[in-house]
Design a protein around this ligand. Structure first.
Ligand code: IMP
Ligand code: MG
Length: 184
């Protein structure tokens, strides 16, 4: 199904189906369950985009984990992360001496994750890694890699499964990419 939004001048094109998302998430959860068995793991979900990914991921885990949330604001237009990032909601759980796994929806320039990783590292966790559902590797501006990656995607703007376009489309169970109507 292609969702047409001619009044907005763009359309949503299917990219990743529910079935594929479920299988990717299950694969990530299996690896994480194996790697962190017997450890004290805190998952730090980056709001808002990763909330659906996190909720599906934790229900596929076979280990006990703690969950916390961070919300970051970056200044820029609707489709780009600028250099200035601020924390608007911080984590509450003490992570010193524990393993931390950041759960993010999409890595784009990499600036959000570099900022967050550096900041959480100051709390002296015993390890800090990144689990991202999607990675637009070709867009990277700073050096960072996901330790657990769902899927690499091309340089397209995606929505659905938690990710938004100006706060819309987070509810879609599939992932779509946005194109201007003129390009069709
Ligand atoms: P970065 O700091 O440039 O890596 O941007 C990462 C942040 O921007 C992530 O938290 C995403 O939620 C958001 N983001 C990046 N690409 C997209 C996209 O295609 N659609 C929706 N959100 C995106
Ligand atoms: Mg985000």
């Amino acid at each position: 199904m292609t969702l047409m939004k001619p009044e907005d001048g763009y359309r949503l094109n299917p990219l990743i189906s529910r079935e594929e998302i479920a299988s990717v998430v299950k694969g990530l959860a299996d690896q994480i369950s194996e790697d962190y068995r017997g450890r004290e793991l805190v998952l730090v979900c980056v709001l808002k985009g990763a909330f659906i990914f996190l909720s599906d991921l934790i229900r596929q885990l076979r280990i006990s984990v703690q969950v916390d949330f961070v919300r970051l604001a970056s200044y820029g237009d609707g489709m780009k992360t600028s250099g200035t990032i601020q924390v608007t909601k911080d984590i509450d759980i003490p992570v010193g001496g524990k393993d931390v796994l950041i759960v993010e929806d999409i890595i784009d320039s990499g600036r959000t994750l570099v900022f967050l990783k550096d900041r959480l590292a100051q709390l002296n966790p015993s390890s800090i890694k990144v689990c991202a559902l999607l990675d637009k590797k070709s867009r990277r501006e700073v050096e960072i890699e996901a330790d657990y990656l769902g899927k690499e995607v091309d340089d397209v703007f995606v929505v659905g499964y938690g990710s938004d376009f100006n706060e819309t489309y987070r509810h879609l169970p599939e992932i779509y990419y946005v194109t201007p109507i003129e390009e069709q």
